[in-house]
Design a protein around this ligand. Structure first.
Ligand code: HEC
Ligand code: HEC
Length: 449
């Protein structure tokens, strides 16, 4: 899927702010003489100051001529139309939200809006301006790598733990959408997300746009709009096709480059030590859950898509701020309508660690702000741990909401980490950042060089 999906024609359908960005970016790209014109690539080039061109011609405002009405345009492919849909705020009730609002390609497809404290939110604001889903936005990048939701067994690598048997994969933290198509049907009619009352109203919004009308007919079928379900499904299919493009899964982090000889973990560096720790059986258990393929495989996902309860505490502050009752606990995997076994309560799909250094806050509920805190949290399970206090609160780690299903066998399998080990793991995790997001890594506290 190397063909470009971002066509200038589609920018008429983009939200205004993104559209402006895209124009600026297009300019900065041409001045850099770089061929790739994916939105996010260009956004980062811009962030990095590439080309240095100024966005506007402030001194001499030129009034553009009124454009002649253009004929409706047919998107070249489902993925190209999916891109336009992904950025289209008209698919939300008040026309304030698109998928890209919460999955911003400039921030590894997570929410880039900041809360009152100037931090990325634990729970994202919905289109109604006050509702929030009580889950932290996962990245939509690499979501295409997730297998469909299933019950099965799988081998583990670099683990002293036996093979896994249980639920695997699916979209959402509880796997309740089998695949990307199913997933994309949720947010437009989600009350706390894009807020449309029903599928029919979404399909009406689609038909406001002549480009969609001709394209749905051309790509799917002439009578597609006669059937609300079919049109809605086609929209989801188109968005999913976009999510399967390379823009979402570029596999060009330093880690990836190290596999092709284009990057070397400098022997003795913190990142090199962190890599060794991460993939070791004796020193850490990370690979038990965050490694899918044998060592050195291309396109490692850094999750094996298993479901585990790692004892993440409730994010009480975020719940109070969002008016979500503290006793309405998130049951995790058990909230998936296809799962009935109470033994699954409190488990979440293991998330990918790709781009983890730029997608704070962490965990299903955004309860931790720093990567370092996440590592210290894991360390608390080891005998003799020096990390019994949450450095972000100064208080002991809160109890897990569902203590009975915590994956203790896996979590206690390892030995306590030194301060150097913690730094090393953070430095290794930073090398899992896609090239275009590297400028977003904040050195917060730990210097890796
Ligand atoms: C208001 C913010 C918001 C909007 C808008 C939104 N999402 Fe999400 N997205 C989330 C949250 C929160 C989750 C996790 C929810 C859960 O697990 O129950 C999520 C989960 C996902 C996932 C699953 C990732 C994974 O690893 O399981 C994908 C893919 C995704 N969204 C794509 C989309 C698409 C496509 C759209 C537009 C049709 C969209 N999102 C609109 C907040 C949002
Ligand atoms: C038993 C399986 C398991 C092991 C072992 C494990 N993890 Fe995880 N990891 C998970 C699960 C499940 C989550 C999501 C938990 C949640 O949201 O409550 C997670 C979340 C994370 C996150 C936050 C991801 C995000 O997007 O918010 C990071 C970072 C992480 N793990 C790194 C590590 C490292 C480093 C190690 C080794 C020290 C490790 N994990 C060991 C299962 C595991």
């Amino acid at each position: 899927m190397r063909n470009k999906t971002l066509s200038p024609q589609s920018d008429a359908l983009m939200p205004r702010d993104l559209r402006v960005n895209y124009r600026v970016m297009a300019r900065s790209i041409s001045s850099c003489r770089i061929g790739a014109n994916f939105l996010a690539v260009s956004a980062i080039l811009l962030l990095a100051g590439c080309g240095g061109g100024s966005a506007g011609n402030g001194d001499n405002p030129v009034v553009p001529p009124t454009p002649a009405p253009e004929p409706a345009k047919v998107f070249a492919s489902a993925a190209a139309m999916g891109e336009s849909l992904f950025f289209d705020k008209n698919l939300s009730l008040n026309r304030t939200q698109a998928c890209a609002t919460c999955h911003d390609p400039e921030r590894a497809f997570t929410d880039s809006r900041l809360d009152d404290a100037g931090l990325p939110p634990a729970f994202s604001l919905g289109d109604d301006g006050f509702s929030r889903v009580s889950r932290n936005v996962p990245t939509a990048a690499y979501a295409s790598q997730t297998p469909i939701f299933q019950f099965g067994t799988q081998a583990r690598f670099n683990s002293q733990q036996p093979d896994y048997e249980g639920y695997i994969g699916g979209q959402f933290l509880d796997g309740r959408a089998a695949d990307l198509e199913e997933q994309a049907k949720g947010p437009p009619i989600g009350a706390q997300e894009m807020g449309m009352p029903d599928k029919a109203s979404v399909v009406e919004r689609l038909q406001e746009n002549p480009d969609y009308v001709v394209s749905f007919k051309a790509i799917y079928s002439e009578d597609i709009f006669d059937d609300v379900e079919a049109a809605y499904d086609a929209m989801a299919e188109s968005i999913a096709a976009f999510e399967r493009t390379e823009l979402f899964a570029s596999f060009d982090s330093k880690y990836d480059k190290s596999l092709t000889g284009d990057y070397l973990y400098e022997p003795g560096s913190k990142a090199a030590l962190g890599k060794a720790l991460f993939f070791s059986q004796q020193f850490t258990n990370c690979a038990t859950c965050h490694q899918l393929e044998p060592n050195g495989s291309r396109n490692e996902t850094f999750t094996n898509f298993e479901f585990h309860n790692i004892g993440t505490p409730v994010n009480e502050e975020a719940r109070i701020a969002a008016n979500i009752p503290l006793d309405e606990l998130d049951e995790g995997l058990l909230a998936n309508p296809d799962v009935n076994d109470p033994a699954e309560i409190g488990k979440y799909k293991v998330p990918t660690l790709r781009n983890i250094a730029v997608t704070a806050p962490y965990m299903n509920n955004g309860v931790f702000r720093k990567l370092e805190t996440v590592i210290r949290f894991y360390d608390k399970f080891f005998v003799g741990s020096d990390n019994l206090i949450n450095p972000e609160t100064g208080a002991p780690w809160r109890e897990p909401p569902f203590p009975d299903t915590v994956s203790l066998a896996e979590l206690e399998d390892g030995r306590k980490l030194s301060e150097d080990d913690i730094e090393a793991l953070v430095c290794f995790l930073r090398t899992l950042t896609d090239q275009r997001y590297e400028p977003l890594i904040e050195e917060r506290g730990i210097a890796c060089d």
